[in-house]
Design a protein around this ligand. Structure first.
Ligand code: 2DT
Ligand code: MG
Length: 213
């Protein structure tokens, strides 16, 4: 692929509240990049396929109860168990398009546990840092209209409000790209694609950075 010659892949993360349309946009972006000859891989966190991920899935679907802090450390462990694979892919020139990552970890855990955002960010320190965070904004009225709303843990208005405030505090102007996600899917996609193609070029000759707080 073109970007194998040009340098490493970009680490693109999608963040936002539940039902913001992240998964749809992740798929549209992945397909569009692939169609342009970009080596690309899609990934979601939590990765529910691993042993830790299965426990997280049971927690999210309310089959098991865990203390908020213990749950948070599992979400973080679920990223740590993927660390080497993520870095290897990036270094081989593969761009990663990732549905949720450390910001979701901190924003949800702080809302759920009452611990500070800083406390909740610590377990992810040292993991590879995203080159670009695409943040999809959705209003709560719209969120509630979307399919399957309210089934999983955290899908409550009060909780989502707290999480939204946490995301706003975590957003940094250098790497975050925020968009109004209540528009035509294709229009949102076009804006994201343009920004991502730029990010791929910009990070091609840079080393992979680490999360620091
Ligand atoms: P999805 O709605 O994307 O399936 O996510 N979550 C996610 C956390 O609480 N901590 C984390 O570190 C991550 C990655 C967000 C399932 C839910 O899990 C929450 C929603
Ligand atoms: Mg969800």
């Amino acid at each position: 692929a073109v970007n194998r010659i040009m340098g490493r892949g970009a680490f693109i993360v999608f963040e936002g509240l539940d039902r913001a349309g992240k998964s749809t946009q992740v798929s549209m972006l992945t397909d569009a990049l692939r169609a342009r000859g970009v080596a690309v891989q899609k990934q979601s966190f939590p990765d529910r396929s691993t042993a830790i991920g299965k426990l997280i899935d049971d927690y999210l679907t309310k089959k098991v109860e865990l203390s908020p802090e213990a749950a948070h450390l599992l979400f973080s462990a679920n990223r740590w168990e993927c660390k080497d694979r993520l870095i290897k892919s990036l270094e081989e020139g593969t761009t990663l398009v990732v549905d949720r990552y450390a910001a979701s970890g901190a924003a949800y855990a702080a809302a759920n546990s009452g611990q500070t955002l800083e406390w909740c960010s610590q377990p992810d320190r040292g993991l590879p840092a995203p080159d670009l965070v695409v943040f999809l904004r959705v209003a709560e009225e719209e969120q509630q209209k979307r399919a399957n709303w309210g089934e999983e843990r955290f899908e409550r208005v009060e909780t989502q409000r707290k999480i939204g405030k946490n995301f706003d505090r975590l957003a940094d102007s250098r790497t975050w790209f925020g968009l109004d996600a209540q528009r035509d899917k294709a229009a949102i996609h076009a804006e994201i694609l343009e920004r991502v193609l730029r990010a791929i070029q910009e990070c091609a000759d840079q080393s992979v950075k680490a999360l620091a707080h």
